[in-house]
Design a protein around this ligand. Sequence first.
Ligand code: SOE
Length: 399
Amino acid sequence: MSVHETGQTGSPLGVAMIGYAFMGAAHSQGWRTAHRFFDLPVRPEMNLVCGRAESATRDAAEKLGWAAWTTDWRDVLDRDDVQVVDICTPGDTHAEIAIAALEAGKHVLCEKPLANTVAEAEQMSAAADAARSRGVLSSVGFSYRRTPALAQARRLIAGGAVGTIRHIRAQYLQDWIVDPEFPLVWRLQKDKAGSGALGDIGAHIVDLSQFLTGQRLTEVAGHLIRFVDRRPLPAEASGLSGSGGSEAHRETGPVTVDDAAVFFGRTDGGALATYEATRFATGRKNGMRIEINGSAGSIAFDFEAMNELHVYDATVPAADAGFRRIYVTEPDHPYTGAWWPPGHGLGYEHTFVNEIADFVRDVATGTPPTPSFADGLQVQRVLAAVERSSDDNAVWTKV
Ligand code: SOE
């Protein structure tokens, strides 16, 4: 019996990823795995990862499976073995990197939110339109669209399952900074993140509500709040790293973003939409929930039970009506046919593998991916409108 060497199948699609922390790790899972579970026309090649700190970037390259690493992201622009640039950095660098990569002829996948300001998002969307005319494609990484249950919910709603939509009710509940001693990480700094819960997790539920319903927000009102104004600087910033400096004397810095956002809006389809995005929902770890109520029924989802979809059909006799639980693991459900037999649920990382599989297939076939930078710009405009409403204190009336 002779041993046979396995050749590399499919032509390579060279990828460079910028940023290697939480999102970099999630995207790396996608680049390593997508072509091993989905039949793709090309094979991603993880050729270069970029970061700022030399040792951490080298360690990330080895751990996450990248062939090379650099501390200068501009190195990706003129490499012939890079056709895709995947941006996994904080929002303050999205515009500069994406526009340079598009102008260099690289397809771009950019993490959400698209940018930290509407002005930056407009520049990115214009660059994406110009690049698309040259066959250079782009997408913004609203990964929750690739949750099978949510993609199935969109199919059901498009098929009339809820009838005329009256209510969109979306929450994104986390609690990772309830402790006032949690350090001042980049997500809590406006110059890095653009906003706090509003843009980091509120962006997800704004995009998702529009994705599921096909409707767009036209007007919003809301309020942003900050509960904790100052936090200890991260160890590396306060010179404590390695010195085991005493917690009692750690320097603090100002939190410059919102801790929580509540807002509501009207859609172009006449629905009333309400949103809550908070990092202070003690006990809720990643409670991204959405419910759509319509004239013919309702659909409800909670990411903390991400394989389940709850559907209410109002057209059956009241005595038989009730929310039914669909376990979204059947081969006919979106994405699940590429994974495991029915009943073997998926997890958070699968939304990134599904996202990257769609992106790779679209790039290989010259199909403009969704969501586009224009979709990302529209979300940015909603976030900015909420911020203006909050700044104008537009929602409060004294009791
Ligand atoms: C915030 O904690 C966060 O990491 C978001 O930035 C991600 O987009 C979301 O997928 C998980 O939560």
